[in-house]
Design a binder for this molecule. Structure first.
Ligand code: GLU
Length: 419
């Protein structure tokens, strides 16, 4: 696949600039929102279990905090850049504002490919990051969570590293979300992003007048978000006709049994080669003959070139920033209905917020309560964005951006002139 000229940061800035024109934002306000409030680069020097000393760069970005402490996950990948993290932090500012949780936007990055390292070495790197980043993490500053390449076990190590460093058994308040339930995590957080993708997809089908039960769905990415979304959508009766992960794609017009595929992936580590489907490329999955496409892998995968060949009528953005601005224009012309990332995948950060409140109350929320609050909130916000888009004749992304940025701007003005 040809690489897009739009990275996450370029896409985020372009979306903001277009929104600023629609909202007639003052130049000074746009300038403020385009810039990151704080970006920190840390050099880690951990020693791995084989005795080797390695050097790893890490970044922490706080884009804005007018609505609350910066919130956003830790991305661990061999090629993550500070610009990616700035773009992702900016997205978090809009996402938290849109879904209505009292947080700003933040993100961190650890430049190391976690695939293939042992659990012990990963723990060493995560603890090294935590020690290096400690001054920048806290319930009133920046609250990290899982993102690509990190998981709940890593969040447990962060929580332990912080508490241990202070000689305490717990942290005083919520320093990190997405922790194992046994360490103060919340039930359903792991599934929350995929669940939110499924809920918004169902809502989109209703608005677009077709039944999810007869829908054919293609899912790009079979990690935590894609696999959970695929599972819930297929349980609702839809047919999953194509799936891919980094190793390649598979397709089957008759439908793929997601439960069976999950057990295959657990055993073999990849979807490519699954015996009950035909092998195909990642691009074939994006352009497959389907009604709903769920890009849940990574950024900038839907370029203008690919957008021309997409057949889906609904695109549910499970990943952050999967669509480049030039592809968006094509979708607009083709009247493809987009559930934008800042809405579609906001289930994760919403449930992170529930975990944040649960931690101070020290009372475990039930899974039923978490899922029902998630459903109410994300479908409620979907309807708000949909109504706004109809009222102002905008796309779903434009409507979502207008609503989110207006809130951040309102809070910024409400704070007054700072010294
Ligand atoms: N990494 C997730 C996201 O991009 C979750 C962030 C969080 O829960 O803070 O939305």
């Amino acid at each position: 696949m040809k690489k897009s000229i739009f990275g996450i940061f370029e896409t985020a800035k372009s979306n903001l600039e277009q929104t600023a024109i629609r909202l007639k934002l003052e130049d000074a306000m746009l300038k403020r929102l385009l810039e990151t409030k704080e970006k920190i680069e840390i050099t880690l020097n951990p020693t791995l279990t084989n005795g080797k000393h390695i050097q790893v760069k890490a970044f922490i970005v706080r884009h804005r905090d007018s609505l609350g402490p910066a919130k956003g996950g830790i991305r661990m990948s061999g090629n993550v850049t500070i610009d990616d993290i700035q773009g992702l932090a900016m997205e978090m500012t809009w996402k938290t504002a849109l879904i209505g949780v009292p947080f700003g936007g933040g993100k961190s990055g650890i430049c190391f490919d976690p695939s293939g390292i042992t659990a012990e070495d990963k723990e060493i790197i995560i603890r090294s990051f935590t020690r290096g980043a400690m001054r920048h993490i806290g319930p009133e500053i920046y609250v990290p969570a899982p993102d690509m390449g990190t998981n709940e076990m890593d969040m447990g190590h962060i929580r332990d590293c912080l508490a241990y460093s202070w000689g305490k058994s717990v942290t005083n308040g919520c320093y990190v979300t997405g922790k194992p339930v046994i360490l103060g995590g919340i039930l359903g957080r792991k599934e929350a992003t995929g669940r939110g993708v499924a809920y918004t997809t169902v809502a989109a089908c209703e608005k677009q007048g077709f039944d999810i039960k007869s829908a054919r769905v293609a899912v790009q990415g079979f990690g935590n978000v894609g696999s959970i979304a695929a599972m819930i959508i297929s349980e609702l009766g839809a047919k999953i006709v194509a799936v891919s992960d980094v190793t390649g794609g598979i397709k089957n017009e008759q439908g793929i049994d997601i439960k069976h595929l999950l057990s295959y992936v657990k055993q073999c580590g990849q979807v490519y080669g699954y015996p009950l489907a035909e092998k195909c490329s990642n691009e074939d999955v994006l352009t497959s003959n389907c009604d709903i496409l769920v890009p849940a892998a990574t950024q900038s995968v839907i370029t203008a070139e690919i957008a021309e060949n997409i057949k889906a009528k609904i695109i549910a953005e499970g990943a952050n920033s999967p669509t480049t601005p030039d592809a968006d224009e094509i979708f607009d012309k083709k009247k493809i209905f987009i559930i934008p990332d800042i809405l579609c995948n906001a289930g994760g950060v919403f449930v992170s917020y529930l975990e944040y409140t649960q931690e101070t109350q020290r009372e475990q929320m039930t899974l039923e309560e978490v899922n029902s609050r998630l459903n109410n909130r994300i479908v409620g916000k979907f309807n708000e964005v949909y109504d706004y888009s109809k009222e102002h004749n905008l796309t779903m992304r434009q409507a979502a951006m207008n609503i989110a940025i207006s809130k951040v701007v309102e809070a910024t003005y409400a704070m007054g002139i700072l010294p």
